[in-house]
Design a protein around this ligand. Sequence first.
Ligand SMILES: Nc1nc2c(ncn2[C@@H]2O[C@H](COP(=O)(O)OP(=O)(O)O)[C@@H](O)[C@H]2O)c(=O)[nH]1
Ligand SMILES: [Mg+2]
Length: 230
Amino acid sequence: MNENVPLRMSVCGVILTRNEEGGIADVIRSTKPFVDDIYVVDGHSKDRTREIAAAEGAKVLLDNGKGKGDGIRTAIDKIDSDILVFIDADGSHDPQDIPKMVAPIKNGRADMVVGSRGRGGSDELHGDIQKLLRMIGSDIILIAINYRWNCRLTDSQNGFRAIRTKAARELNLKENITTIEQEMTMKCLKKGYKVDEIPAHEYARKHGQSTIRIGKVWFRYIWSAVKNLF
Ligand SMILES: Nc1nc2c(ncn2[C@@H]2O[C@H](COP(=O)(O)OP(=O)(O)O)[C@@H](O)[C@H]2O)c(=O)[nH]1
Ligand SMILES: [Mg+2]
């Protein structure tokens, strides 16, 4: 394959939602210019998220109510575009980064490209004890991943990422919650897929509240890391 000629691959923006009525319209509108198709995968929101998403022209899928990981697995199973770009609905991610993110996949140089907060900075990982604990935990897991696969990644967990759909289907992902992102990274490395990063800034959530309670899920992060590292 001539690496300088990008492949014609269809790109689908996949926005994960649970109770995101405040920000979903903006995220759909700002994502549209950069994708061929747009889906909202919803975790049974109790507010108007799905209604607003449909009115904005997004296709709406429901997950099985188990968490964000379930939503991502639903997207991988059901959406047939060549590349899936996962985006949160809280305004943390800048869709203008999408072209840079999908370019290495279209060029055949990567199977997955993660938006790295290590390289782009984050407003969500600094400023209080919860955030500090989250950052330390995610850095320890990142160091273990880099050591295990002899690589130099700077973010294993960011939800803002693009993946070749056929590669994603080979991963047999299992995690039901936000541990799915580190699972995806580790399983890509284990299979020898090419994992790349671009710098991506993570903005503070613009509406509503994060559902992650690190005190309740830290052991699931450690357990999923241990399971997939060995
Ligand atoms: N489909 C789906 N999306 C979810 C679920 N739980 C959270 N999300 C979405 O996943 C994204 C990340 O969640 P968030 O609470 O912002 O986590 P944080 O950014 O890590 O603090 C947001 O867009 C949420 O609406 C779920 O159960 N199903
Ligand atoms: Mg968020």
